[in-house]
Design a protein around this ligand. Structure first.
Ligand code: 5GP
Length: 125
């Protein structure tokens, strides 16, 4: 079910539980600001999720409430993961779903990194 991104942060969401170590994840990168791990249901040969460590529902919630260090740390982590995984030369796609029309399912900001094949058109036509 897609979530309403205007609702307050829900501490019981799956990614909050992964961050607390209550659920496992296949981690590819972690620092003070971000965690990156494989999506459980990959939509491309490589499908990574990058999440900030703080409690933010969505991109706009994060950009409004996070401090500059959190924002810089998260943005740098997304780029670092892409570089470390060798994705710059072949190319990759970033996606962040927000709210109902975008079908965001997990109410903790996450950026999808898709790679490993020609990724086709940006949106379903
Ligand atoms: P959204 O639709 O919110 O942008 O994407 C949520 C993503 O989280 C989906 O691609 C889904 O496969 C992934 N996901 C859902 N539950 C889990 C989980 O428990 N572990 C991992 N690694 N990914 C999950």
């Amino acid at each position: 079910m897609p979530i309403d991104a205007t609702l307050p942060y829900d501490e019981t969401n799956i990614f909050a539980r992964i961050l607390r170590g209550e659920l496992p994840s296949k981690t590819v990168y972690e620092d003070d600001y971000a965690l990156a791990f494989h999506d459980i249901n990959p939509q491309a040969p490589l499908h990574i999720l990058v999440i900030p460590k703080g409690p933010y529902v969505s991109w706009d919630d994060f950009s409004e409430r996070a401090d500059d260090a959190e924002i810089a740390g998260f943005i740098r982590a997304v780029g670092l993961v892409a570089r470390e995984l060798g994705l710059v030369a072949p190319g990759y796609r970033l996606l962040a779903n927000v709210g109902l029309d975008s079908h965001q399912e997990i109410p903790h900001l996450h950026v999808h990194i898709f790679a490993g094949k020609k990724l086709g058109p940006m949106l379903v036509r």
